[in-house]
Design a protein around this ligand. Structure first.
Ligand code: C2E
Ligand code: CA
Ligand code: CA
Length: 751
């Protein structure tokens, strides 16, 4: 910030100093006299020769990195220096203005030519076709305008004065050359960022001053009215050479910057190209009042007019192109806002828009891929994306027969939807989609089976977008629950069930604080020694109207309402309190408490357990916490942390329903488990031929090998009990011994 300020200040200071110096020089030139003339000559000789040397040195020092611009300007300045020296040396010696030699004329022309070449050779990034055309037209306007002005003021009078001699040719060549250079300088300047100085701006500025001065000088000479102009033209030459000489102080414009700014100035309508136009108009107006205009001037004016018109036309065209681009961009934004980039299908917002205008006969299908997560996890995201694109393709194909009447969409993740606007059967489409999905999908690295569940909501939902979404979602949930890979329609039965579920949720909120929950205890017996070792606490809901509700009926509702942790917390407190009371009679008994995934995820389990045990005055080994595999899958790390904390407290952990999940064995390895509870489905089929007996034997062996306690669940008859005993399963639970009962069981229960 500070550096910037000082830089700006220094630049300003240099500019002000330069202006003061030039003003002083100009004043000096007006004083006239031999001394002033000598000073002027020295000034010009030093500035031109010094400038040439500096430019050449600059180009030499930065050779390889600097474009040949600096060599050209150095050569131009050197030519100019030749002219100045041939005239300047005699001036110094005699004190009167030296005579212009032929050599000076030649070198001066060379200087002008080199200036033009230097300016146009400054490298700029490739311009657009429109940019090039604009530049050309600017040049045309400048040339014709300057020519018109010059004809009226200089060339016209000059031809009348000098006639046809060689000297006259040379005299005419000066202003003509000057016009060419002036026009080039002007065109370059017009395409340049004038506000921020760069070498090109300063150089073209110098060239413009130089040639303008030259033209003024010739005009005044042709008009032949004294030498009043000499101090002014000399001042002009000094300014011009000074500007040219200092150019290397500033950087050449950066390619990209040059183009960006040139385009910006050109399109934002820089006024500079119109300056010569205004000049010609003024001069023509001035002259026309006093007589006829030469045809040369008329032609120049017409050419200039065409140039201006062309430029205007270009501006209009580029404006139209800009407007078109803008429209296209807007359309793209609008499209992207309602479409999924991966599949190109409408996204959730797109579907919402379609739902908003859906008629009363509309049907909505929600399609959810089964097992997509597994593909994503095992085969990588690229494969997942491929699968989603293929899903979209098949979905589109399925809706083709419905034409505009169907809108397939991707709602996010592996969730898709199809909205059928009116006529068209949701059931038929669901079947068609499932049929199309049944063909395996070929991915880059092999095949996968694509399976989906579909929920359909139709006329029953009344065509209201929100209701359609909600009902289709409920149907989808059912479809996933009952048989994956199928479809389910939101019908009266589902509606009734949903209604009941909602009421249940409503009532449940009052159940925990209202003291409507009860605990029953199912004894756990020692199979070998006989007798009860403890009990599992199982929750019941004493509903005010419905009576006693089983956990299978209300726990899903509690889960949906987010009430599971509260229920589990209540059960924990109640069971621990009951055990503490019971321990007065049966000091070694322990109690099993079930905890849900939600309670585990809440992260307060260990703290709650410690608090309850302390409050009840129980040792930690009096409590067993039961978890199922489903409670672990979603957040294994968090679960492992919670269970580890419990372990450290001394509380035991049981893996419930062992064997029904996919990964019971891997959990055994990764979790701190003390007890395995063999699922009752194995126990039920213990006498069958499906290999349950072998499995139970293996599980018992595994438990023994790992030093874990084994509890068999759902023992209903003596035969099962005998088999389990023979397999050396330590403990058991089941209707054979006792059903869940309202109070803690006594050991008097004999096996
Ligand atoms: P679970 O943890 O496997 O509990 C054992 C279930 O098997 C109990 O059903 C019990 O009554 C039943 N059962 C016991 N012996 C037999 C038998 O010999 N034959 C048959 N057919 N069934 C038997 P319940 O009480 O209906 O509990 C169902 C499930 O609800 C439990 O399964 C458990 O997952 C869950 N649950 C119960 N109480 C709670 C609780 O307080 N918190 C949590 N998070 N879940 C609980
Ligand atoms: Ca259990
Ligand atoms: Ca169980």
């Amino acid at each position: 910030m500070r550096a910037d300020l000082t830089h700006v200040n220094r630049t300003r200071l240099a500019v002000v100093a330069g202006i003061v110096l030039l003003a002083a020089a100009e004043a000096g030139l007006h004083l006239g006299g031999a001394t002033m003339l000598r000073i002027y000559s020295v000034c010009m000789m030093v500035l031109t020769a010094g400038g040439a040397a500096w430019h050449a040195g600059y180009a030499w020092r930065r050779r390889g990195r600097v474009p040949r611009v600096w060599w050209l300007t150095a050569a131009g300045l050197a030519c100019w220096a030749c002219g100045e020296w041939t005239v300047g040396v005699p001036t110094l010696l005699t004190g009167t203005a030296g005579v212009h030699s032929n050599l000076a004329d030649i070198t001066n022309f060379c200087a002008l030519a080199l200036a033009v070449i230097a300016m146009v050779s400054v490298p700029t990034a490739p311009r657009t076709a429109a940019g090039k055309a604009r530049m050309t037209l600017d040049g045309l306007v400048a040339v014709s305008a300057f020519f018109g002005i010059a004809w009226l003021l200089i060339l016209g009078p000059l031809t009348r004065v000098t006639g046809d001699s060689v000297g006259a040719m040379v005299d005419l060549a000066y202003p003509l050359g000057a016009i060419a250079v002036l026009s080039t300088g002007f065109t370059v300047l017009a395409g340049q960022p004038v506000r921020r100085g760069n070498a090109l701006t300063v150089m073209s500025g110098g060239v413009v001053v130089l040639t303008a001065t030259l033209l003024v000088e010739v005009a005044a000479w042709a008009a032949d009215n004294g030498d009043w102009y000499e101090p002014w033209t000399r001042g002009g030459y000094v300014l011009a050479v000074a500007l040219l000489a200092v150019a290397p102080l500033l950087p050449l414009p950066e390619h990209t910057e040059a183009v960006a700014r040139a385009e910006a100035t050109a399109t934002s309508g820089s006024a500079l190209p119109y300056l010569p136009v205004a000049g010609l108009v003024a001069v023509v107006a001035h002259t026309a009042t006093r007589g006829r205009l030469d045809p040369e001037v008329v032609i120049a004016a017409v050419v200039m007019l065409f140039g201006v018109l062309g430029r205007q036309f270009l501006a209009l065209r580029s404006n139209a192109a800009l407007a078109r681009d803008l429209d296209r961009e807007r359309a793209r934004f609008a499209h992207d806002a309602v479409h999924d980039p991966l599949t190109g299908l409408p996204n959730r917002a797109g579907l919402q828009a379609a739902l908003d205008t859906a008629g009363p006969g509309a049907t909505l299908l929600l399609v959810d891929l089964d097992g997509f997560k597994a593909v994503n996890d095992t085969r990588g995201h690229a494969a997942g994306d491929e699968l989603l694109r293929e899903t979209a393709r098949r979905l589109r194909a399925a809706t083709v027969p419905l034409g505009d009447g169907a809108t397939p969409a991707r709602l996010g993740g592996d969730e898709f939807a199809v909205l059928i606007s009116s006529a068209g059967s949701g059931t038929a489409l669901a079947r068609d989609i499932l049929a199309r999905f049944s063909a395996p999908v070929r991915l880059t690295d092999g095949h996968v089976e694509l399976r989906a569940s579909i929920g359909v909501a139709g006329a029953r939902s009344g065509g209201d977008g929100e209701t359609l979404l909600r009902d289709a979602d409920a149907a989808l949930y059912q479809a996933k629950e009952l048989d994956k890979g199928g479809y389910r329609i939101f019908d009266d039965e589902l509606a009734a069930r949903l209604q009941q579920r909602r009421m249940l949720e409503e009532d449940l909120r009052a159940a925990v604080p209202g003291g409507q929950l009860r605990l029953v205890y199912q004894p756990i017996v020692d199979l070998a020694a006989g007798g009860t070792v403890g009990a599992e606490a199982l929750v019941r809901w004493q509903h005010p109207r419905l009576g006693l509700v089983a956990p299978d009926q209300f726990l899903p509702a509690a889960r949906a309402a987010g009430l599971l942790p509260a229920v589990d917390r209540w059960v924990l407190a109640e069971a621990v309190t009951a055990l503490a009371a019971h321990r007065a009679v049966e000091p070694d008994h322990h109690v099993h408490v079930n905890v849900s995934a939600e309670y585990l995820a809440a992260g307060t389990l260990a703290a709650d357990v410690r608090r309850e045990l302390t409050a009840a005055g129980l040792p930690a080994d009096a409590l067993v916490i039961e978890v199922t595999e489903t409670a672990l899958v979603d957040n294994l790390d968090a679960a492992a942390r919670s269970l580890g904390e419990l372990r450290r407290l001394g509380v035991r952990v049981a893996l419930d329903d062992f064997g029904v999940g996919y990964s019971s064995l891997s959990y055994l390895r990764r979790l701190p488990v003390d007890i395995i509870k063999i699922d009752r489905s194995f126990v039920r089929d213990l006498d069958g031929v499906d290999g349950s007996a072998v499995l139970v034997e293996a599980i018992v062996g595994l438990a023994h090998g790992l030093g874990l306690t084994c509890v068999a669940e759902g023992v209903e008859d003596e035969g099962q009990a005998a088999r389990l005993r023979a397999l050396h399963c330590g403990q058991a639970q089941g209707y054979l011994f006792a059903r869940p009962q309202p109070s803690m069981p006594r050991s008097s229960l004999r096996v």
